[in-house]
Design a protein around this ligand. Structure first.
Ligand SMILES: [Zn+2]
Length: 152
């Protein structure tokens, strides 16, 4: 049993070694387009940081409309896919088609699926398979990466 565990750890390390150079190449493709972003927003978007839970005003946002990328303005989520996950971050059961690209992130010793804006490449959050709908997706998004535009 211990040997199997060890093999698993070695396997993970090899996978990480293969994936890390890719993440460096990927990092070069992120572009800051909105010069008004704060240093906290830039840290999340470029370094895959995470805002404090329950810190975003968007947690309470319930109006009809769309959520856009705070960097490039791309339309990412419709308000109808938003739900209260109780995690403290704005959460969505689905993204608009083609809004995001994903990669596997091995930080904190676990494999998580990171997602980033298809248009400008900046980090937005992680997607999990424990969402409320049939396909089970839960997009856990940093509120600082989003701009909400209500529908008139
Ligand atoms: Zn973007």
């Amino acid at each position: 049993m211990i040997k199997r565990k060890l093999l698993k750890i070695i396997g993970m390390s090899i996978t990480s070694a293969i994936f890390f150079p890719c993440s460096f190449i990927f990092a070069a493709t992120k572009k800051i387009l909105n010069q008004d972003l704060t240093s906290e927003q830039k840290n999340i978007m470029l370094n895959e940081g995470t805002e404090r839970p329950f810190s975003s005003q968007l947690n309470k946002e319930k109006r009809e409309g769309f959520y856009h990328c705070a960097n490039c303005g791309a339309k990412l989520f419709a308000s109808k896919s938003k739900f209260d996950s109780g995690t403290g971050w704005p959460s969505f059961s689905e993204a608009l088609p083609g809004a995001f690209k994903t990669k596997v992130d091995y930080s904190f010793g676990m494999a998580r699926t990171e997602y980033h804006c298809s248009n400008c490449g900046v980090h937005h959050g992680h997607v999990f398979n424990d969402g409320p709908k049939k396909d089970g997706k839960r997009f856990c998004n940093n509120g600082l990466c989003l701009i909400f535009k209500p529908e008139n």
